[in-house]
Design a protein around this ligand. Structure first.
Ligand code: PLP
Length: 361
């Protein structure tokens, strides 16, 4: 098979070695006489996979003892609702940094549950920048401050996280988790759908500070309460065993490749190759994002016309570069360069872009 360079925003490219391991262990898991997806989730075979996955997440992300790792279903989207259901009781309000499409979805669900104050709204800048500390209006009595660490559609990424004092930050890290180190100190909870840097869709990682669990109301249905999952080591109900096992293999791969520091370097390098190509194109390619907040994961760019964008995407696809179409809500082009995208893929795309602009300039 001629494997394409897959620049999709998620689901996205995964390490080939992980796919091969999944294939090779599909029918029988470690001499168990059955496959993992046929084994009970209470079996010792699955329990080992489950615990190893959590341990690897703890180790690679340097999760402190104060925080618990949960593996949930429902995608990051369910977290848009679970966060306010657990932490936004009547009479309180939360702050939210509105940075683009995904923050907008978190806002919309939170508003259905309780009161949300916008600590910042990037609307007037078309969500192409993020706030400096003095542009943030923070409420010191907020239940929490929600932010989106990387806007997958807009290509905008926080480089540092705001100082919210004693207000815990809740962060949607779906599209840049495991791409750079960060300290958990400010975070009451982070969440991430797996299908970018962690594995296939189907499992969502939630990392929650222990004291936040005390806030979860007893009135919530069981699955919707973080407490339920924390008390049962994320085994309250049947977990997505295939996705969790695949995530375990991706995490082992991340560790073997050098861990977070290594992927931080690679992400900076890979994204700078594409941003330099855009910058060096004499305005042929344009990236609309404030330079300070350009994403190292999702590089968005426009061409001189929509017609040329269509032609670019069609010729790129024919040349083996998949998934370069920008999100349907914004158009343009987007190269998502998550951890499993090799340097060669990015270099090949940069060559293709230079070639295309020379031929069609
Ligand atoms: C930043 C961000 N948040 C949330 C989501 C929604 O995730 P899910 O599809 O897992 O619900 C996505 C999906 O791409 C995303 O990029």
């Amino acid at each position: 098979m001629a494997r394409k360079y897959n620049f999709s925003a998620g689901p996205c490219t995964l390490p080939l070695s992980v796919l091969e391991q999944l294939r090779d262990t599909m029918v029988e898991h470690e001499n168990a006489g059955l496959s993992l997806i046929e084994a009970s989730h209470r079996s010792k075979e699955y329990e080992a996979v489950h615990d190893q996955t959590i341990e690897l997440l703890r180790e690679l992300l340097s999760v402190p003892q104060s925080h618990q790792v949960l593996l949930l279903g429902g995608g990051a989207t369910l977290q848009f609702a679970m966060v306010p259901m657990n932490f936004l009781p009547a009479g309180s309000s939360c702050d939210l940094i509105h940075s683009g499409s995904w923050a907008g979805k978190a806002l919309s669900d939170a508003e259905k549950i309780g009161t949300v104050r916008l600590a910042y709204d990037g609307k007037e800048f078309n969500y192409m920048t993020l706030p400096d500390a003095d542009q943030l209006s923070l409420d010191s009595s907020a239940a929490y401050l929600h932010l989106t660490s990387n806007e997958t559609i807009g290509g905008v990424q926080f480089k540092d996280f705001p100082d919210s004092g004693s207000v815990p930050i809740v962060a949607d890290m779906s599209s840049d988790i495991m791409s750079r180190p960060f300290s958990f100190e400010k975070f009451g909870l982070i969440y991430a759908g797996a299908q970018k840097n962690l594995g296939p869709a189907g499992v969502t990682v939630v990392i929650i500070r222990e004291d936040m669990l005390e806030r979860c109301p007893e009135t919530l249905p069981a699955y919707l309460s973080y407490k339920t999952h924390a008390k049962t080591n994320s085994l309250y109900n049947t977990p997505p065993v295939f996705s969790i096992n695949a995530m375990r293999l991706v995490l082992e791969w991340v560790k073997a490749e050098g861990g977070l520091a290594e992927f931080d370097n690679r992400s900076r390098l890979k994204s700078s190759i594409l941003y330099d190509t855009i910058e060096g194109s004499n305005g042929y390619y344009r990236n609309p994002v404030d330079q300070r907040f350009r994403s190292t994961m999702n590089v968005v760019f426009r061409l001189p016309s929509e017609e040329l964008e269509k032609q670019f995407i069609s010729e790129a696809t024919a040349a083996g570069f998949d998934g370069l179409k920008g999100h349907r809500s914004v158009g343009g082009c987007r190269a998502s360069i998550y951890n499993a995208m090799p340097m060669e893929g990015v270099e090949a795309l940069a060559d293709f872009m230079r070639d295309f602009s020379t031929k069609n300039g």
